[in-house]
Ligand binder design. Sequence first.
Ligand code: ASP
Length: 325
Amino acid sequence: MSERRKFIKKSLLGSALLVPGVSNAFVGRQTNQLIGEKPLILSTWNHGLPANAAAISKLKETGSILDAMETGVKDTELDLSNLSVGLQGLPDREGITTLDASIMTGDGSCGSVAFVRQVKHPISLARAVMEKTPHVMLAGEGARQFAIAEGFPIEKEELSPKAKEAYEKWKVTSQYKPVINIENHDTIGMIGMDKDGNLAGSCTTSGLAYKMHGRVGDSPIIGAGLYVDNEVGAATATGLGESIIRICGSFLIVELMRQGRTPQEACEEAVRRLISKNKNIKDIQAGFLAMNKEGQIGAFAVHPGFNFAQGTLNSNVMVDSKSHF
Ligand code: ASP
């Protein structure tokens, strides 16, 4: 077993948030899979394992796949060790942390927030946009004002000690160069299906470290970072947002599944499309995760290194995605 795997296994199995009574394991490399079990929850990267566990617990409690999608990623938004989700995430080049999030259900309801500051749970704010406004997306100061009006606590604007240290180091050269795989530190995208086949999804991030002030990635853009349709399936994305927006990645995958592709085939086609529409592909990492109504799953990335958590009522496991290169 590689050092990385040993580390993942140790850190994940040691997590306090895993589902009690559920087998939590590292299953290794992905094969084309028909899970066929409902409920089914998938989420991106290592932090997906405790997030899935939180989602499964919530689903058991309320039976709502939407509640599960919100609760699952809230867990990651609070994870102080995570430098790319939540207010502890790395800041933009002005030293300010801004957050993006989206949420969607299979009937087409959706909400998102972009470029929002000082809100600990942007995913809950996105849900409030969906449920309490006539709009789909609120951005920047307007999103913050809406948070205040809805009684969300407004946090002090200061970097976490880890983010501050990293930012101070970055300022020495101020070079903008995204690192293509930062394991354990990336957007969380989560998609899920309840026992009756109803789908929902959520996605939340602090976006790219040291981005230009005002930059918004794919995560809050419905169809780019997340798309869900009860007739077909669901997809979510992680990685360089600009490359994902260019191909409407998550919508593309759902539409390919609608035309008969399996989730795996659809994710692979989306990666091919992304590669054809983006220059300097050796510096770009992006990964997609999808499921269809039958409980088949797919995952594919541009480069190796992408992994995801796969959860059912009885198991919650980490799986390595395949990749184009
Ligand atoms: N997709 C996110 C963004 O571009 C970042 C990530 O997934 O790492 O904002």
